[in-house]
Design a protein around this ligand. Structure first.
Ligand code: TYD
Length: 392
């Protein structure tokens, strides 16, 4: 049974950046639920994929050095550890991973045609289609079975998990490997990172929940890597049960134990999290109000989907934040959804007269601190809500 434990209020679509100030942007009520049976945490309202992932999708994986480096390293590791003949990436975005692999041995799946066009142009085989069973059948006919399927920050965006894993299972070689990486529910709850929830993140997985989902498809997690990306992610290595040449690593059992100890199988843990979220909202607003009273300027850094959740939930708008800066061309000169805060092209100069930076991309804190040494030297300060609202 799905039980609602957190109401994040009325929210716009997180990646729908309006061009003009408007009160008309459509909003929906964002509720988060816990499934007492399979322990899956998800949002209650599901949007149609076509509404979110289309030819105008603005998110680009290659916009941060941290992500680019992480994918580069992974591509080397994949070759060294598994040496697949044919790799398929579900959600290849602008090619942050596939462009590191041999063109003849990798296929990208990317339904957002504006992004698929980027990798197609570079000569990488890319299907601008949604991941589903029909596509899996088409791919099998054309390319045969796949040795390695990879997907980062994508499967949690697809509502119908049954179809997702049925299709993976169908297309994967019997000794094939599935690697998925997504934000970790354990880190999300520990950091009070309630901004991991928005219309696109239908699920935030725990290893325990993923194990329960995979059971139905006779698949096992055999290894886990902890990643720093997206505020703490897990990279799961998954195999078919019938492949008994691969042993299950101790790291997998350790993760299950850590999650059980923390209470990720209990509704009470999520009820407590909801209380922490409410108090985080109060405290963040207090800081913003104080800074406004003192006439301090605050600008946002990283116009993320996460920032959309926080600011809409906390009712922080252009009265509190002067503007946002972002390196993504598709977001520039638009407004952060639901807030009327304008987003400008990133430049160091734009920061020179400002007092505070609100970290919309808190998950890239280290990368940003390194980049903004001058701002810090000039007395500029950072404001974050992770793990607690505070000035850094
Ligand atoms: P991400 O945290 O992956 O966002 P989301 O919550 O939408 O999944 O995206 C980071 C955003 O921050 C992206 O729009 C690019 C931007 N960004 C900058 O503008 N400058 C930077 O130095 C970094 C690291 C990110």
């Amino acid at each position: 049974m799905n039980i609602k434990f957190l109401n994040l209020g009325m929210q716009p679509l997180a990646n729908e950046y309006p061009s003009f100030v408007t009160k008309k942007q459509k909003k929906y009520n964002l509720n988060i639920c816990f499934n007492t049976k399979n322990k899956v945490v998800s949002i209650s309202k599901r949007m149609r994929s076509e509404k979110m992932f289309n030819q105008k999708y603005p998110y680009r994986s290659s916009m941060s050095k941290t992500m680019k480096d992480s994918f580069k390293k992974l591509s080397r590791d994949i070759i060294k550890r598994f040496n697949p003949n044919l790799t398929l990436e579900i959600g290849s975005n602008d090619g942050a991973l596939i462009t590191n692999l041999n063109k003849k041995r990798v296929i990208g799946i990317e339904p957002c045609s504006n992004l698929a066009a980027i990798t197609k142009k570079k000569g990488f085989m890319t299907y601008d289609e949604y991941w589903n069973f029909n596509l899996a059948k088409k791919l099998k006919k054309k390319h045969g079975l796949i040795d390695l399927i990879y997907s980062a920050n994508t499967l949690t965006h697809i509502s119908n998990l049954d179809e997702v894993f049925k299709s993976v299972n169908y297309l994967l070689n019997k000794n094939g490997i599935l690697i998925i990486e997504d934000p970790s529910l354990l880190e999300c709850i520990k950091n009070n990172a309630y901004d991991q929830f928005y219309n696109e993140h239908v699920y935030v997985f725990s290893a325990l929940a993923l194990r329960n989902i995979l059971k139905k498809f006779n698949m096992d997690i055999f290894d886990i890597q902890k990643l720093k990306t997206h505020g703490g992610s897990l990279r799961y290595f998954i195999k078919k049960k019938q492949n008994n040449k691969i042993k299950i690593s101790n790291k997998v059992f350790k993760q299950f134990i850590a999650e059980k100890r923390f209470g990720l199988e209990k509704l009470s843990t999520f009820k407590k999290f909801a209380l922490n979220v409410k108090s985080s909202k109060k405290n963040l607003l207090k800081i913003f109000e104080k800074l406004k009273e003192k006439n301090k300027s605050v600008v946002g850094y990283g116009a993320t989907a996460k920032a959309v959740t926080i600011l809409n939930y906390c009712k922080i708008d252009n009265k509190f934040i002067k503007f946002f800066l972002d390196t993504t061309p598709e977001k520039q000169n638009k407004l952060l959804p639901g807030t009327n805060i304008r987003i400008y092209k990133y430049s160091k100069k734009k920061l020179s007269k400002e007092n505070f930076i609100f970290l919309g991309a808190w998950n890239f804190k280290n990368e940003i601190f390194k980049k903004e040494k001058k701002f810090i030297k000039m007395g500029g300060k950072f404001l974050t809500h992770i793990p607690k609202p505070k000035i850094l």
